[in-house]
Design a protein around this ligand. Structure first.
Ligand SMILES: [Zn+2]
Length: 395
């Protein structure tokens, strides 16, 4: 039997287990303890009632939250788009190719370079409390380059998404139908074994509703589950298509009609909001309040990518959601943990309850509210993943 450890003297423990505290969705416990055995949580509750364990760790009056679940990132890439960001933030026009710039750099990179880049950003995210993450292909856009991106990602996470339908690559710009045929044919065959999910950028200038439907349906026939980049830049069919196809998540959801909100409220598709993208492009914020008031399940994620949202920080996204999107600190924390788990259709992460993975972050603060109250401050002082305390260099 594996040894047991209690983390005790926790000022505020967020479990996301409402059975502990009645109506509070965060399942908050004051003066709490968590007991871990192997890679799982086996007990949570008041510190004075904790069962005997082999080891004891003192949280010293700090807060403990479930590890963040970042359900949307694009981390298999090479190159850099500093100049594009610099120009955008300086009000200067910038002529280079956006996503296509990253595609060119990614195609030219070796496997080792892509993997080194990925692990660098994963370490960065872990350090900020992210213990589960999803990541996508989408910067290869050839059969070989998409398949290798997914192979590399799959060595680091179970939540891998085939996004061959990110944009039409430059070599097929004049024949998007041929690219859709490739994505739904040979590319899908090569990529499906390495992925759990299939995604489409359903947007003007990328893929329209009919193309997105064809791609997601083909993916589903190969055993992949859909998720959709939907309604980011303009109104469009993405959100309703996501709900219709029972996608786990519609991501962005910045421009929504009442019919879109209604569809989300009546389906099982999570609305994943990605405020790093609006922050980094000075765009209109998604209206989280409107979604929550309509009864939609909302997740928060980073969208970490080198073009439109180059942050791996879930605490930063929580702070933006509270300050600019109408979320309460409690709602934002839930969406960044349990909400992300819902967007990945997972029950074993995003909460600290018996049976769930022992994935948690210790905050140098008495409660999770400090994530928004003290924006930009590195409050995550300790991370446990799969029951193991993550070691990082002492400051
Ligand atoms: Zn994205």
């Amino acid at each position: 039997m594996s040894s047991s450890t209690v983390i005790t003297n926790i000022a505020t423990l967020i479990t996301n287990d409402p059975s502990l505290s009645g109506t509070d969705p965060l399942g908050t416990v004051r003066n709490a303890a968590v007991v871990i055995e192997g890679d799982r949580v086996v007990w949570t509750g008041g510190a004075s009632k904790a069962p005997a364990t082999d080891n004891r760790v003192d949280a010293d009056g700090r807060a403990v939250i479930p590890g963040f679940v970042d359900s949307h990132s694009h981390l298999v890439f090479a190159g850099d788009r500093t100049e594009e960001f610099h120009a955008r933030m300086s009000g200067r026009p910038y002529g280079a190719g956006g996503i296509r710039t990253t595609v060119a750099a990614t195609r030219a990179a070796t496997d080792a370079e892509l993997e080194a880049n990925l692990t660098r950003y994963l370490r960065e995210a872990l350090r900020q409390g992210t213990t589960t993450f999803e990541t996508k292909s989408g910067y290869g856009l050839t059969v070989e380059d998409e398949a290798r991106a997914l192979r590399i990602a799959a060595a680091h996470t179970d939540e891998v998404t085939f996004l061959g339908a990110h944009v039409v690559p430059p070599e097929l710009a004049d024949d998007p139908a041929a690219y859709v045929a490739l994505v739904t044919g040979e590319m899908l065959d090569a990529c499906a074994p390495h992925a759990r999910w299939i995604d489409v950028f359903c947007e003007k200038g990328a893929f329209d509703g009919d193309q997105a439907r064809a791609i997601l349906t083909a993916g589903r026939a190969k055993g992949l589950h859909p998720r959709v980049h939907a309604n980011q830049l303009t109104y469009g069919p993405g959100v309703r298509l996501a709900v219709e196809l029972d996608a786990a998540s519609a991501d962005h959801c910045t421009h929504l009609t009442d019919a879109d909100v209604d569809a989300l409220a009546h389906g099982d598709t999570v609305a994943t909001l990605l405020p790093g993208a609006e922050f980094s492009t000075r765009a209109q914020w998604p209206d989280a309040r409107r979604l929550l008031d309509a009864g939609v399940t909302v997740a928060l994620s980073t969208d970490c990518n080198p073009g439109s949202s180059f942050t791996s920080s879930m605490p930063f996204c929580v702070a933006l959601a509270v300050r600019d999107m109408g979320m309460t600190p409690d709602e934002a924390l839930w969406s960044a943990t349990a909400g992300g788990a819902r967007a990945l259709r997972r029950e074993d992460v995003g909460r600290l309850a018996p049976g769930a993975y022992a994935d948690l972050a210790v905050l140098d603060a008495p409660s999770h509210v400090h994530l928004a109250y003290r924006p930009g401050v590195p409050l995550v002082t300790e991370v446990w993943r799969r029951g193991v305390r993550v070691a990082w260099p002492k400051a």
